[in-house]
Design a binder for this molecule. Structure first.
Ligand SMILES: NC(=O)c1ccc[n+]([C@@H]2O[C@H](COP(=O)([O-])OP(=O)(O)OC[C@H]3O[C@@H](n4cnc5c(N)ncnc54)[C@H](O)[C@@H]3O)[C@@H](O)[C@H]2O)c1
Length: 390
């Protein structure tokens, strides 16, 4: 039986497009009872022209210039929050109070205090909720998780994560405005920690379990930038780069690095986990590949396979690999936009009796706690503990 799922899209930028595409595509590739209906798209009054073009391109039935009207509309079932970080809290609280399902972009909030209030609101309202840590839905990353869960890595020792970009090296890049709100601490909350390392932390905790404590250093290379909205040169309040060490609850050690000053790197999101029996390595610049190292002690090997240790490169496009049976034939790759479609398919499945969707707001609150601990550590120059239940 088909069930309409009427969507209010808040924001019409990068993520507004990525999520709209997912709503349009999900039923073409995944058998789900829920059929998204693009009911209303929202942006600010000064972006009316852009919003009208966006609504026409994706097929939204209407537009609103005030998000408060959209989230309380009786013809809306789900509110999708694709606006800058400083708006997530207010939109989510209003949507939860209106009893809507909520999809929220990452980072969940500006800080842990906001995240806690948001978790309380969705849990009080009892509404299904999802946070868009979309990299969990890269098939190669989901396969890495599967290999680790199957015990193929053995006892984990080291986790390494990198998330590097290079688009803010020029001191002429303004802070504020479309996309560059990420450089304005009042809108973003933090710099690379909340924007990029939040992804690395979510992936790390998913694959290797909770982070117990961290010690961090941050840097702001360009101290002042012109603000695109005020036109004035203002101090830069975000972290341009952040390095942190982590100890996981399972006793393994982590090294996390992120910067927007790595000349040559555009979206260099990598991780490696080394264990007693094997290792996995992933690089988003080659998203369809997973590197897997399988160790076998030659002295105890009985069968020829037991002697074949070494790195293997798995082309993650077979039907047995996560999500791939829903796409093309083996050997044909999928890309960035598919991570959002895969995530939405899992969310719809959770509404239809499937496994509870992860990450939900509560689990994204943990990522927020780690981000806050990283920033606190850098400020205080000391280790900071992360409670098991922040
Ligand atoms: N999952 C990911 O990999 C990923 C990637 C990029 C961005 N994000 C997150 O998605 C969110 C949006 O980022 P983006 O890249 O789409 O930004 P963007 O600058 O491309 O778009 C932001 C949108 O918000 C709208 N907006 C701003 N203020 C508004 C208001 N008061 N009312 C209504 N609309 C308003 C703007 O019109 C714009 O359409 C952020 O939280 C960001 O961290 C996540």
């Amino acid at each position: 039986m088909s069930k309409p799922l009427r969507v209010a899209m808040i924001g019409c930028g990068f993520m507004g497009r990525a999520h709209s595409n997912a709503y349009c595509q999900v039923n073409h590739f995944f058998q789900r009872e829920h059929k998204p209906v693009l009911k209303v798209a929202v942006a600010r009054p000064e972006e009316k022209d852009k919003l009208e073009k966006f609504a026409a391109a994706w097929g939204y039935e209407s537009i609103e210039l005030d998000w408060r009207k959209a989230v309380t509309r009786s013809d809306v079932d789900l509110v999708d929050v694709c606006v800058p970080n400083n708006m997530h809290h207010d939109v989510v609280i209003a949507a939860a109070e209106a009893g809507k399902m909520i999809v929220c972009e990452k980072p969940l909030a500006m800080n842990l205090a906001e995240a806690k209030a948001m978790v309380a609101a969705v849990e009080k309202a009892g509404v299904p909720n999802m946070v868009s840590f979309n990299y969990r839905r890269v098939p190669a990353i989901a396969l890495a998780k599967q290999l680790v869960d199957e015990g193929r890595i053995g006892r984990p020792f080291h986790y390494w994560a990198t998330y590097n970009q290079d688009y803010t090296i020029s001191a002429d890049v303004p802070q504020g405005g479309m996309a560059l709100w990420r450089l304005d601490v009042k809108v973003a909350g933090s710099g690379v920690t909340g924007d990029l390392l939040a992804h690395s932390i979510d992936t790390a905790e998913w694959i290797n379990g909770p982070i117990a404590r961290v010690t961090a250093v941050t840097e702001t290379f360009v101290k002042e930038r012109k603000h695109a909205e005020t036109g004035k040169v203002e101090p830069v309040g975000i972290d341009d780069a952040c390095l942190f060490l982590a100890v996981f609850a399972n006793g393994s050690m982590g090294t996390f690095v992120s910067t927007r000053y790595a000349r040559g790197r555009k979206n260099y999101n990598t991780f490696e986990l080394n264990g007693e029996l094997g290792a996995v390595h992933f690089n988003l610049e080659n998203p369809h590949l997973l590197e897997f190292f399988r160790y076998a002690d030659p002295k105890t090997g009985q069968k020829i396979e037991d002697h074949l240790t070494g790195w293997q490169t798995i082309h993650v496009t077979n039907f047995e690999h996560p999500y791939m049976k829903n796409w093309w034939v083996p050997g044909c790759t999928i890309g960035y936009e598919h991570t959002f479609i895969n995530g939405l398919a899992d969310f719809l499945a959770s509404l239809e009796g499937g496994p509870k969707f992860q990450p939900d707001f509560r689990s994204a609150m943990r990522t927020q706690a780690v981000c806050d601990a990283v920033l606190e550590s850098a400020k205080k120059r000391q280790w900071v503990e992360i409670p098991a239940n922040p």
